[in-house]
Design a protein around this ligand. Structure first.
Ligand SMILES: Cc1ncc(COP(=O)(O)O)c(C=O)c1O
Length: 458
C-alpha cells in the first residue's frame, strides 16, 4: 500500500504523542516512532539515489521589502542630503536602534567590521596588545585584531552551545590582554555571566561581537549592551539588513564619543567639525550613509515580528529533531539565553548515527532533498593565512621570539576542531517559513538517516 504524505500524517498521528510545542502531525508521528516499514514507504528513496526530493518549492527569500523601503530611499534621495553630516536619517536610526535595544548610545558605521574596528580604535588597541576571541567565527573578528598588529589569542569552543567556552577564558588572560571579543554566534548569546565576571576581575573591556545577533537577549537584556560595547552588522545576509552597514551600542558616554570620533576621521561631534581644531584622535571614515539608514528604518518595521517567527520555528524544529533524528543535534542555549535571534539554525552532524557517512556526502544528500544545510566554519586557528602571522615582518619586529614561539601552542583548540568537523547550519530566512516547512526538514533528515548505509556507499 502506497500512502501519500497527507495519508501518512493522518494515520501516524492517531497513535502519536503530542510534543510540548503542540507540534505538527509529522513531528508528533515521528516522536511516536513510526513503524519503520510505513515510514520507509511513505518517505521514498533519497533524491541522491534517484528518488523524489522532499521539497521542490523554494524557502522564503531574503531580503524582504516592499513600498516601505522604496519610500525610505526616495525620501533620502529627494532631500539631496546623502551623507550623515548633511542629513538626519543616520541620527534617527541611531536613536531608534538604541531605543529598541535599551542601549544609551548608538554609533552607526559602514559595516560590522567597521563597528569592531572603531571599537578597537577607540580602545587604542595596537602592537604588543593581546585580544581574546573564539576561533569559531567569521574571519572579520580576527581581521580587526591583526589590522592593528595586536596578537589574536583564541579561546576554545563549547561544542554543545557553539559558543566560546568561558571556563577557558581566565587561563588565556595575560598582563598584555587589552580586550575580549566574545561572539554571540548564530543569534544565540555567549555565556555573558562568566565572561563579564572574569573580564571585570581582570579589568579588561569586553567588546561583544553581536554581528549575528540582533535582538538576542541574555537574562532579559539585549546582547551588545552587556559589555563595554556591542558591534552589529547590517550586511545583506543579516537579520537587519541594509546591504552593508553596522552599529556600535554602548552605555558609556565617553566611549560613545570616542567611537563617534574614530569613525569620523578623528573629529569630535560638533557643528563645523571639519575644522582641524576639532580633531580628537586617530580615525578613519567608517560612516554609514543616509540611504543605508533609511533602509534600516524601513527594515526595522519588520524586525521584531520576523524575530518572533524565527524563534517560534527554531524552537519547533529543535523539539522535532530531538524527538526524531538522533545524530542531528541542535545547538543548545546557555541557561541565561532569554531570546535566541537565530541568524543561523545550527546543529551537529554525528556520522555514527548515519552509518558513518561523511559530512560532505550528507550535505550533498540533504541538498538533493531541497534542504539547504551547509557546513559551518573551518578551524580558523589552523588556517594557512592565520598561521602566516608568525612570518609577518611586522609581527616579528613587534613580538619577542618567546611570544611567537608559543603562540601556536597557546592557540590549540581541540573542541573547536571537533565542532568544525560536525557543524552544519542553514540561514535565518528559512526560519521565516511555516511549521510545515520545518516538518519537511525533519522528513528529509529521517529519509536520509533511513538510507544512510546505502548513501554512504554510493
Ligand atoms: C561574527 C561576525 N563578526 C563580524 C562580521 C562582519 O560584519 P560585516 O560583514 O558587516 O563587516 C560578521 C559578518 O558576517 C560576522 O558574522
Amino acid at each position: 500500500m502506497k500512502l501519500n504524505r497527507r495519508e501518512f500524517l493522518g494515520r501516524t498521528s492517531v497513535t502519536g504523542v503530542a510534543l510540548a510545542c503542540g507540534g505538527s502531525k509529522l513531528a508528533t508521528a515521528l516522536a511516536a516512532q513510526t513503524p519503520p516499514n510505513l515510514a520507509a514507504r511513505s518517505l521514498g528513496r533519497p533524491a541522491l539515489l534517484g528518488g523524489q526530493p522532499v521539497r521542490t518549492r523554494p524557502f522564503p527569500g531574503w531580503p524582504v521589502f516592499d513600498a516601505t523601503e522604496e519610500r525610505a530611499l526616495l525620501e533620502v534621495l529627494r532631500t539631496g542630503k546623502w551623507f550623515r553630516g548633511y542629513g538626519e536619517m543616520v541620527d534617527r536610526f541611531e536613536r531608534a536602534y538604541a531605543e529598541l535595544t535599551g542601549a544609551k548610545y548608538c554609533v552607526a558605521t559602514a559595516s560590522g567590521t567597521a563597528a569592531l574596528t572603531t571599537s578597537l580604535g577607540a580602545l587604542d588597541i595596537g602592537p604588543g596588545d593581546e585580544v581574546i576571541l573564539p576561533p569559531f567565527t567569521f574571519i572579520a573578528t580576527y581581521n580587526v585584531v591583526v589590522l592593528n598588529y595586536a596578537l589574536p589569542v583564541f579561546v576554545d569552543m563549547d561544542v554543545k552551545t557553539f559558543q566560546l567556552d568561558a571556563n577557558k577564558l581566565d587561563a588565556a588572560i595575560t598582563p598584555r590582554t587589552r580586550a575580549i571579543l566574545p561572539v554571540h554566534l548564530g543569534g544565540a548569546p555567549a555565556d555573558m555571566d562568566k565572561i563579564m565576571e572574569i573580564a571585570n576581575r581582570h579589568k579588561v573591556p569586553v567588546i561583544e561581537d553581536a554581528c549575528q545577533s540582533h535582538l538576542a537577549e541574555w537574562r532579559g537584556k539585549k546582547v551588545g549592551t552587556l559589555g563595554l560595547a556591542g558591534c552589529f552588522s547590517f550586511q545583506a545576509s543579516k537579520n537587519l539588513n541594509s546591504g552593508e552597514g553596522g552599529a556600535i551600542l554602548t552605555n558609556d558616554e565617553a566611549f560613545a564619543e570616542q567611537c563617534y570620533s574614530f569613525h569620523n576621521q578623528g573629529r569630535i561631534r560638533k557643528p563645523g567639525a571639519w575644522k582641524p581644531e576639532y580633531s580628537a584622535s586617530r580615525g578613519s571614515n567608517l560612516r554609514l550613509t543616509e540611504f543605508q539608514a533609511g533602509l534600516l528604518m524601513a527594515q526595522m518595521t519588520r524586525l521584531e515580528a520576523q524575530a518572533r517567527t524565527r524563534a517560534d520555528n527554531g524552537r519547533y524544529l529543535t523539539r522535532a529533531l530531538r524527538a526524531a533524528v538522533p545524530g542531528v543535534v541542535p545547538a543548545e542555549e546557555h541557561e541565561g539565553c532569554t531570546f535566541n535571534a537565530y541568524h543561523l539554525y545550527m546543529a551537529r552532524y554525528l556520522k555514527e548515527h548515519f552509518a558513518g557517512m561523511d559530512k560532505a556526502k550528507f550535505l550533498k544528500a540533504i541538498d538533493a532533498e531541497g534542504i539547504p544545510f551547509r557546513s559551518g566554519y573551518s578551524p580558523m586557528n589552523r588556517d594557512a593565512h592565520v598561521r602566516a602571522l608568525l612570518k609577518n615582518r611586522h609581527y616579528r619586529r613587534i613580538y619577542p621570539p618567546e611570544v611567537l614561539d608559543t603562540w601556536e601552542e597557546r592557540n590549540q583548540c581541540p573542541q573547536n576542531d571537533l565542532l568544525c568537523s560536525q557543524a552544519i547550519w542553514f540561514s535565518q530566512n528559512i526560519l521565516l517559513g511555516t511549521h510545515e516547512d520545518m516538518d519537511q526538514i525533519v522528513e528529509a533528515l529521517v529519509k536520509i538517516q533511513k538510507h544512510a548505509a546505502e548513501l554512504a556507499k554510493a
